[in-house]
Design a protein around this ligand. Structure first.
Ligand SMILES: [Zn+2]
Length: 160
């Protein structure tokens, strides 16, 4: 069987992981964030805070309990849950909890598909749910990462 990475819809996205050691901690909760591209932040924030994004570099707070979503690496710009257009799937009380932001497929839909198929088969789940169609994860996904990994997370939550 071929590796799951073959299913990734975003081969072109530059992996930012290499810079992670330089990512500062969330100014609110103190947890280490993940770098997110400026273009991703710009697409995810509300109009009201759009102007404060400028060309700043941002990171996202990965702490599920922290209300801060994006924080700038300098200039102290903070974007919280109420200032983004989509619920952040790994934050507490995300509703709906999207696994694929491009096709608006939720964790529940992925899990339902797995139960229906009776197997954690990524290709079948994608075709049954319609996930990963017309992917533009770089601007739709809050981390700018391919939703493939999140769909995998949702599948992993299913217990037979
Ligand atoms: Zn935080």
């Amino acid at each position: 069987m071929s590796s799951d990475t073959n299913n990734s819809c975003c081969e072109g996205i530059i992996d930012l992981v290499v810079f992670e050691q330089n990512v500062p901690k969330c100014p609110i909760c103190g947890e280490t964030g993940k770098l997110v591209k400026n273009i991703t932040v710009k697409h995810l924030v509300n109009k009201e805070v759009m102007d404060s994004i400028n060309n700043l570099d941002f990171a996202i707070c990965m702490n599920e309990k922290c209300d801060t979503v994006y924080f700038s690496l300098n200039e102290h710009v903070l974007i919280d849950k109420s200032q983004v257009r989509e619920p952040i799937w790994f934050k507490k009380d995300a509703d709906p909890k999207y696994a694929c932001y491009c096709s608006k497929i939720t964790f529940d839909q992925v899990k339902e598909a797995v139960s229906q198929i009776g197997d954690k088969d990524m290709k079948k789940v994608i075709s049954l749910t319609g996930a990963m169609k017309n992917c533009q994860c770089e601007i739709n996904n809050p981390l700018g990462m391919c939703c493939h990994e999140i769909i995998q997370q949702a599948m992993d939550e299913v217990e037979f």
